[in-house]
Write a protein that binds this ligand. Structure first.
Ligand code: PMP
Length: 397
């Protein structure tokens, strides 16, 4: 199959004036290989997807095996599909109680849509609270709770009765009252610039939701599946939400998302009226088979622990670099979800361009053009880690 840049620009809807535009030949492990024979070390993992690396052989084998049995057969929730059931059971075994029932979707935005709808139906309340700097997806509902006005304004009117609170400000949590159906937050803000809350913030948020009977939704779309050094970021604080949403790294490279809650809550979607939230492709058997294989890799290779260890290594090296270069303002994050904040958007762009020319893919976060996101595959080798760090260090020479 051949593809030209001109056809790409002409026939593919463009979402930015300057797409990276690499012509991919194949991808394996931590690298992307382009048609012109170059190799790029992927330190963003397709934005938090390739936690177990690109095209992991166990995932590819699971995809092929499932594809030979059956592809799509029925809308979500009607037939017994063994990849779905096995995956749901395994996922629940990794989650803290009472998160014990899974609704599969195709994407992160859709998982958040489902969680928000469920919270409204269950509680009979209408108001939603989210945080400034959050990102929850680009469908209308998910966009309504995304905390940056430039991405909401062109699409208004969006959902009514949504308010935004400052992230990581306990004093502001009093605004969550008994009229609130749900509060949605990332445990660590990704697109907001890799922002880790203080240790008392999420416990205080949980306590306030409990006090007024609002449901708490954690969006672990970017933080889940080992990325932050735990299977799920919520484990850093021991806070259990009423609903948690997943996607990205979940499918091992295939499209898959989910929202998970306690059975009594999830049952809301099957009555009054029945079929009140359905999807045709959510929980596609091939995606579930891929996810199951990916989860085995995550567990067998101890990737959460590896993320913890390698993340500490990277942060330490970056801190050394920051001591020499004043343009580096801050290094933050957990595990292999790392933010490198520079002094200006211009130096960020120049830096990303420079490392790209040297074969390393990095990028900034959606809401913060001064924060470089460092999120390599969790199973990158020591050599690959070293290669990436050397390219980064060279850019500062
Ligand atoms: N939530 C978070 C925290 C995300 O980072 C993203 C994607 N960047 C989404 C939701 C949306 O996921 P998707 O693109 O799969 O709809």
């Amino acid at each position: 199959m051949t593809a030209s840049r001109q056809d790409f620009l002409e026939f593919i809807c463009q979402t930015s004036p300057q797409p990276i535009g690499l012509e991919i030949d194949h991808a394996a492990g931590s690298y992307l290989y382009t048609k012109d024979g170059k190799r790029y070390l992927d330190f963003i993992s397709g934005i938090g997807v390739a936690n177990i690396g690109h095209a992991h052989p166990k995932v590819v084998a699971a995809v092929c095996a499932q594809a030979q049995k059956y592809l799509h057969v029925m809308v979500y929730g009607e037939y017994l599909l063994s990849p779905q059931i096995a995956l749901a059971k395994k996922l629940v075994s990794l989650l803290p109680p009472p998160l014990n029932q899974v609704y599969f979707t195709n994407s992160g935005a859709e998982a958040n849509e489902g969680a928000l709808k469920l919270a409204k139906k269950y509680s009979g309340r209408r108001r939603l609270i989210a945080f400034e700097g959050s990102f929850h997806g680009d469908t209308h509902g998910a966009c309504s709770v995304t905390g940056r006005d430039i991405y909401r304004r062109p699409f208004e009117p969006l959902l009514p009765e949504v308010s935004f609170l400052p992230f990581n400000k306990i004093e502001a949590l009093d605004a969550i009252d008994a009229g609130v159906a749900a509060v949605i937050t990332e445990a660590i803000q990704g697109e907001g610039g890799i922002r880790v809350p203080d240790d008392d913030f999420l416990p205080a948020l949980r306590a306030q939701c409990d006090a007024v009977g609002a449901l708490l939704i954690f969006d672990e779309v970017q933080t889940g599946f080992g990325r932050t050094g735990k299977h799920f970021a919520m484990e850093h604080w021991g806070v259990v939400p009423d609903l948690v949403t997943f996607a990205k790294g979940m499918g091992g490279g295939m499209p898959l998302g989910a929202f998970v809650g306690r059975r009594q809550l999830m049952t809301t979607l099957s009555t009054d009226p029945p079929l009140s939230h359905v999807t045709t492709f959510g929980g596609h058997p091939v995606s579930c088979a891929a996810a199951l294989a990916g989860l085995d890799v995550l567990l067998d290779e101890g990737l959460a622990e590896q993320a913890e260890k390698k993340g500490a290594q990277i942060r330490q090296r970056l801190k050394r670099l920051a001591q020499k270069h004043k343009a580096i303002r801050e290094i933050r994050g957990k595990g292999l979800m790392i933010g490198l904040e520079l002094d200006s958007a211009e130096s960020t762009q120049a830096f990303v361009r420079q490392v790209f020319d040297d074969g390393l893919i990095l990028g900034w976060t959606l809401h913060s053009d001064r924060v470089i996101r460092i999120m390599p595959p969790l199973n990158l080798t020591e050599n690959e880690l070293e290669e990436g760090l050397q390219i980064i260090e060279k850019a500062w020479d």
